[in-house]
Write a protein that binds this ligand. Structure first.
Ligand code: K1U
Ligand code: ZN
Length: 172
């Protein structure tokens, strides 16, 4: 397995609409495994393929905490086939928008159709933080970041902060 480089905003590759996977074959399984390893190494709870520079519709998640045993979730071509009318506000962060957090309103529950690790079509129901996280990752596949769901004022404040951090980190 390998740890991949995570792109950060405003990298234009994060704004691209990703292409569906034809079949979950060994190369996609390898990508899923590498993405999970990268996500764990970065202390994230989700990751989408465009964040590692690949415009393919693949996401991984693991919302298990501290003492709980790992619960890796690997989805190809995830598609929301039902969403609740009720919305909830949840605090979101993003490995591609480092150290910035904000509340975002999204449907409280969703039903998702996807291809699993064995290339089987499956459906899953998600609510609470899992639903938020899946919607955040599917947004990545459509070139949307959580900051795109904030007011332009809040988004520009965050983008300016990221730019400042990048300039400070750049070699003189
Ligand atoms: O970059 C990503 O897409 C991963 C992202 C997933 C996510 C977290 C919170 C809400 C929606 C989606 C992260 O893992 S950010 C880091 C993190 O673990 C975290 C951040 C804020 C709240 C809870 C966890
Ligand atoms: Zn993200």
């Amino acid at each position: 397995m390998a740890i991949l480089t995570i792109l950060t905003a405003p990298d234009p590759r994060l704004k691209v609409v990703s292409k569906p996977v034809a079949t979950v074959d060994d190369s996609i399984r390898r990508l899923m495994d590498d993405m999970l390893e990268t996500m764990y190494a970065s202390h994230g709870i989700g990751l989408a393929a465009p964040q590692v520079g690949l415009a393919r519709r693949v996401i991984v998640l693991d919302l298990a905490r501290g003492e709980e045993s790992p619960n890796p979730i690997k989805l190809a071509n995830p598609e929301i086939v039902w969403r609740s009318e009720e919305e909830v506000m949840c605090e979101e962060g993003c490995l591609s928008v480092p150290d910035q957090y904000s509340e975002v309103s999204r449907p409280k529950a969703v039903k998702v159709r996807y291809l699993d690790y064995q290339n089987e079509i499956r459906e899953m129901d998600a609510d609470g933080y899992l639903a938020t996280c899946i919607q955040h990752e599917i947004d990545h596949l459509n070139g949307v970041l959580f900051i795109d769901r904030l007011s332009s004022l809040k988004r520009n404040i965050i983008l300016r902060k990221l730019n400042k951090v990048r300039k400070l980190a750049a070699p003189a």
